[in-house]
Design a protein around this ligand. Structure first.
Ligand code: ADP
Ligand code: MN
Ligand code: MN
Ligand code: MN
Length: 336
């Protein structure tokens, strides 16, 4: 019987920001459906998910895609972490999103997530002079040319890998700070958007590894007059997308304003370093929404106002946010 390699990917218990982990299982025969992928386990005491004795944690496969790196019939498998008795582990934020998505499925929520990230080599962003600074921000956003753009080979390889894996990547762009990039996922449903974002992050780290480069999701990778890194989360429900949707979008913005602190609590660690009111952000201590306003917490894009329906852009989530928590919070606040 032929054998395939399944890369089991999961989210650890690291605080304040969880990290991705993975290991390989060789499986006999082909995988056609989720049920063909066996439950597996790992040592939770090495991932901040268990204490010494009784350290077995369970990996429950929940989503899989073709492995674009190993090719052939090999697969990448996203897992939920469960305790040894099969109950939901406290680090498992996906289980809650699955419940929320089911409860509000009639609203048909869609998400488009803009993932910003920064390449580093050692202690400097990629392309920055050793121990110094490049020219001030200005020419780098959507730039072209060896003096403005750093890491395009990695970015292109990542784009192809995501598309080969069937991830709903909808675009990429070079960002305002040199060495910083963005990819967008969606619009797709909540659980797909979040699973695919985690897998796309894993592919980014894995591909950059081949180049001796690491990608960081820190929301303020360089202090000072340099843009931070966010994960703008574009959100809509069926009612927002239909004629008259503008009223529903405004009502959602009002509801979000009343839950600002609860949202900030799950929008990523160190986000206060990024949401300063400068660099196209609104201060973390304020909530404002506005049309076309890149200095607001929530932006309603100009095209949406002109159409009278569409979606809103929550600009607050940091690049290192957990999409399971962010998507759940947006659905709970806007659909309840
Ligand atoms: P920006 O102008 O903020 O940089 P981008 O083009 O980077 O915008 O990202 C816009 C995101 O909005 C994309 O990920 C896209 O998939 C998503 N999007 C488009 N329409 C919808 C919708 N109806 N609901 C949710 N997300 C949407
Ligand atoms: Mn964008
Ligand atoms: Mn951006
Ligand atoms: Mn945006």
């Amino acid at each position: 019987m032929s054998k395939i390699k399944a890369e089991y990917i999961w989210i650890d218990g690291h605080k304040p920001t969880a990290k991705l982990r993975s290991k390989t299982k060789v499986i006999d025969g082909l995988v056609n459906q989720l049920e063909d992928i066996p439950i597996w386990g790992f040592d939770g005491s090495s991932t901040m998910q268990a204490i010494g004795k009784d350290s077995d944690c369970m990996l429950k496969p929940v989503y899989f895609v073709p492995d674009p790196i190993r090719g052939n019939d090999n697969i990448l498998v996203m897992n939920e972490v469960c305790s040894s008795d099969g109950s939901v582990h406290e680090s498992n934020t996906r289980a809650h999103l699955v419940k929320v998505a089911e409860t509000y499925k009639d609203h048909e929520p869609w998400f488009g997530i803009e993932q910003e990230y920064t390449f580093f080599v050692g202690r400097s962003p990629l392309g920055w002079p050793e121990g110094g600074y490049p020219a001030p921000q200005g020419p780098f956003y959507c730039g072209v040319g060896a003096d403005e753009v750093f890491g395009r080979d990695i970015v292109e390889e990542h784009l192809d890998a995501c598309l080969d894996a069937g991830i709903a990547l909808s675009g990429i762009n070079a960002e305002v700070m040199p060495g910083q990039w963005e990819f967008q996922i969606g619009p797709v449903g909540a659980t797909d958007a979040a699973d695919q974002l985690w897998l796309a992050r894993w592919l980014l780290y894995r591909i950059a590894e081949e180049y001796g480069v690491n990608a960081t999701l820190h929301p303020k990778p360089v202090a000072g007059d340099w843009n931070g890194a966010g994960a703008h989360t574009n959100f809509s429900t069926k009612a927002m997308r239909e004629t008259g949707g503008m009223k529903v979008i405004e009502a959602a913005c009002e509801a979000l304003g009343k839950k600002h602190e609860e949202h900030i609590a799950v929008y990523g660690a160190h986000n206060e370093e990024r949401l300063t009111g400068l660099h196209e952000t609104c201060s973390i201590h304020e909530f404002r929404y506005g049309v076309s306003d890149r200095g607001a917490s929530i932006r309603i894009p100009m095209a949406i106002v002109n159409d009278g329906h569409g979606y809103l852009e929550d600009r607050r989530p940091a690049a290192n946010m957990d999409p399971y928590q962010v998507c759940a919070a947006l659905i709970e606040t806007c659909c309840a």
